[in-house]
Design a protein around this ligand. Structure first.
Ligand code: ZN
Length: 276
C-alpha cells in the first residue's frame, strides 16, 4: 500500500507495511509500536526528544478534550468539507498536528460525509504523535520537520496549520495547484482577560494579513466566543498552550495561578489561501 509520505533520504515514494515504510532505494523506516513513523533525519534532530514534552502534551490534550476549542475545529471541518465536495478521497496534511485533536475532527467529519479521507500528520513531539496515532489509527503520522516535509511535490489537496510553525515555501511545494491552505492565527483580543491578569499593560495581538509567495488569499473565517474556565488546572493548561508561558514574569504567572475561574474571550482568524 502506498504511503502519503516520501523517503526523507532520497524523496522516492514510500510503500507501507504493517511494521515499516520503505522506498525502492532500500531505505527503510520502522513504525513505532504506537503507530507513527520516524522520518526525521538524524542530522536535523537537534535534541534527543524534540518538540513538546509529555506533560505539556497531556495538559493540552485534556484541555482540548473539554471542548473549549470546538468552535474552531467545527469551522475548520466545515470549510474543508465544502472545499473537498467533489473529491471522494481528499489528501489532507495536518502540519504540526500535535496530539491529533483537529486531525481526528477532520477524519470524522469527512468520513461521516461519505468520503475516504487520506490524512497525514507531522509533528516533532513523540509524546504528541503517540496520542495522534492512537486517536486516528487510519491516518498516517510521522515525526518530521515542517520545514522539510517528507511529502511529494503537488500531492496535497488541503494543508492545515493550527498554531504551529509556518513554512510557507514548503507548504506551497507540497500543495497541488488549486489546493487549499488553512491557517489559523489568534485574533487581536484572543485571551484578552488572561493577558489582563498576566501583564500590567496588556497589548492586543498584532493582526495583519500576510501574503505568501505561491498563494492567493481567498477568505477569512472569524471565530469569536467566550469560555468560562472553571478551575485552576484548565486556566494553567490554556496558559501553557500560549507563547506567554515562555515570557511572562513570575509575578504575573502567580496572579494567574491564584485564580480558580476565568471568563475569557477566544478569537481565531482562519485564513484560507489557494495554491496558485
Ligand atoms: Zn529512499
Amino acid at each position: 500500500m502506498k504511503s502519503l509520505f516520501c523517503c526523507p533520504l532520497c524523496g522516492a515514494p514510500l510503500e507501507r507495511e504493517p511494521a515499516r515504510l520503505f522506498c525502492p532505494n532500500r531505505h527503510s523506516f520502522d513504525r513505532s509500536a504506537a503507530g507513527y513513523v520516524h522520518l526525521l533525519p538524524a542530522n536535523r534532530k537537534h535534541s534527543k526528544d524534540p518538540g513538546d514534552d509529555k506533560a505539556m502534551v497531556a495538559a493540552r490534550a485534556a484541555f482540548l478534550e473539554k471542548g473549549y476549542y470546538t468552535p474552531l475545529r467545527n469551522s475548520l471541518c466545515k470549510v474543508i468539507l465544502q472545499y473537498t465536495e467533489n473529491l471522494s478521497a481528499p489528501v489532507i496534511l495536518d502540519s504540526g498536528c500535535g496530539e491529533g485533536w483537529y486531525t481526528a475532527g477532520l477524519f470524522q467529519a469527512l468520513s461521516q460525509a461519505g468520503r475516504t479521507p487520506q490524512i497525514a500528520g507531522v509533528d516533532l513531539s513523540r509524546a504528541a504523535l503517540r496520542r495522534a496515532a492512537k486517536r486516528v489509527p487510519r491516518a498516517e503520522f510521522a515525526a518530521a520537520s515542517v520545514y522539510h516535509l517528507p511529502i511529494p511535490d503537488n500531492s496535497v489537496d488541503v494543508l492545515v496549520n493550527i498554531f504551529s510553525p509556518l513554512a510557507a515555501d514548503e507548504f506551497a511545494r507540497v500543495l497541488r495547484p488549486g489546493g487549499l491552505f488553512c491557517y489559523a492565527v489568534p485574533s487581536a483580543r484572543h485571551l484578552w482577560e488572561m493577558k489582563e491578569v498576566l501583564y500590567p499593560t496588556p497589548y492586543e495581538n498584532p493582526v495583519k494579513r500576510e501574503d505568501y509567495s505561491g498563494f492567493v488569499w481567498r477568505d477569512i473565517k472569524e471565530i469569536r466566543y467566550t469560555v468560562d474556565l472553571e478551575n485552576t488546572s484548565d486556566i494553567m493548561a490554556l496558559f501553557g498552550m500560549t507563547p506567554y508561558a515562555w515570557k511572562t514574569p513570575k509575578e504575573g504567572v502567580a496572579r494567574l495561578e491564584a485564580l480558580n475561574r476565568l471568563r475569557c474571550q477566544i478569537g481565531f482568524d482562519l485564513h484560507l489561501y489557494e495554491r496558485a
